[in-house]
Design a protein around this ligand. Structure first.
Ligand code: PLP
Length: 406
């Protein structure tokens, strides 16, 4: 049935079918949110294993293995610490273990998650200094340099590698060159970066790199993961800030020296992580990154074909693509319609971008062809809400990218 506003290419013919309930389209659910992301069946099965105790040689073996096999994703030779929390818990652990109340820190505010650093720093009595970045833009290394000159008492710079709310990446390697020069720590939220594109924690001079399980690691939510440089670890040991559950030196001592966790861990998620890391190893990280690049390129290609703009055209994130909805259009209604009537979950914009943005996540257990589903649903949703364009133009553009990329 031809939906209003849906125009077929001139040479296409359509068979006439009786109208169907939306349940026919929404029968199968597709998850394209920028976290949580889909979980592969191998991982679901691994998590369904009967429970074991976490103070056993059997658990220690799995824990040691995942801590070791995460290192290439972080680009580090240093220690990785698993926490039972969402990603925000690991971010908070970075704050409470590395910054004392009353200390100053610079943070990059280019979106919702940049803001979160500031809220956390304030909550723990630190003094955050903002580098304001327009939504969709990347911070410039000179801005970091200026901020550190203006706030010489700052101990650290907090930033995102990929700012999921604006679908933009920030130049972490360049930021690392600046923080090194100033002798301050660099603390990076890599929640939609680790496992999505290459991270070189040691080489870039990152002191703390954080991620969470429900993005590129192909797991359900519930694990926060943090890697610390030796400088950061030493500071965490020295600092006597109030902390208990997220005490990183104690947690590392348990994980590294006793091969278990300080408290009862999310055992099924760690089983799942063991499996997902084995899937990543089999695919190879090189191909994992190439797959994310291709998915992102395919999703992005749909925008101009539909006469729509990207929110971050100059520095787009490889894990999530943000397409601005047409002027005067209800983007929230579009996201709702796609989810409820088409079975395709994407995410809208937050705060100032509420109702103006569609974010298509492409992290973890997704493949380039999945982007055709996402773009097709976007097209049908746009058409149903009255936006006019050549039907299939976005899908064709995404497909062309995939065909070229293979
Ligand atoms: C998802 C996300 C978070 C929040 O992680 P939670 O697991 O929801 O706590 C933080 N930062 C970025 C960049 C994210 O994408």
């Amino acid at each position: 049935m031809r939906a209003p506003g849906f125009f077929l290419a001139a040479n296409a013919k359509m068979e006439s079918l009786p109208p169907v309930s939306h349940k026919v389209l929404a029968q199968k659910k597709y998850l394209f949110t920028p976290g949580p992301a889909p979980v592969p069946p191998e991982v679901l099965l691994a998590m369904a294993r009967p429970m074991i105790h976490h103070r056993t040689p059997e658990f220690s073996k799995v824990l040691d293995s995942v801590r070791e096999n995460l290192k290439p994703l972080f680009g580090t030779r240093h220690e990785i610490i698993l926490l039972s929390s969402s990603g925000t818990g690991a971010m908070e652990a970075a704050v409470t273990n590395l910054i004392a109340p009353g200390e100053h820190a610079v943070f990059v505010n280019g979106g919702k998650f940049g803001e979160r650093w500031s809220k956390m720093l304030s909550a723990h009595g630190a003094v955050p200094h903002e580098i304001k970045v327009e939504w969709g833009r990347a911070v410039r290394p000179e801005q970091i340099d200026e901020a550190l000159r203006a706030h010489q008492e700052a101990r650290a710079v907090f930033m995102q590698a990929s700012e999921t709310s604006t679908c933009a990446v920030h130049p972490v390697a360049e930021a690392g060159a600046v923080t090194r020069r100033h002798g301050v720590m660099l603390i990076v939220d890599g929640i939609t970066s680790v496992g999505v594109f290459e991270q070189k924690m040691d080489e870039w001079g990152i002191d703390a790199l954080v991620t969470g399980s429900q993005k590129a690691l192909m797991l359900p939510p519930g694990l926060g993961i943090i890697a610390l440089s030796p400088v950061a670890f030493e500071r965490a040991q020295k600092l006597k800030t109030p902390r208990f559950y997220f005490d990183l030196p104690r947690e590392l001592k348990a994980q590294r020296d006793e091969h278990t966790t300080a408290f009862t861990p999310a055992v099924p998620l760690i089983f799942g992580l063991h499996e997902s890391l084995s899937l990543i190893q089999n695919e190879t990280l090189h191909h994992v990154y190439a797959r994310h690049r291709l998915m992102a390129a395919a999703a992005r290609a749909a925008a101009p074909a539909l006469h729509l703009r990207l929110i971050a055209p100059d520095n787009p994130a490889p894990g999530v693509t943000g397409i601005l909805t047409p002027e005067g259009f209800d983007g929230s209604a579009l996201v709702r319609l796609m989810r409820d009537e088409l079975g395709v979950s994407v995410q809208g914009g937050q705060d100032q971008m509420k109702g103006k943005l569609v974010r298509i996540g492409h992290m973890g257990y997704l493949a380039p062809f999945d982007m055709l589903v996402a773009v097709s649903a976007l097209e049908i949703g746009l058409a149903r809400l009255g936006y006019r364009f050549e039907a299939g133009a976005g899908v064709a553009a995404a497909q062309a990218v995939i065909a070229q990329g293979t």
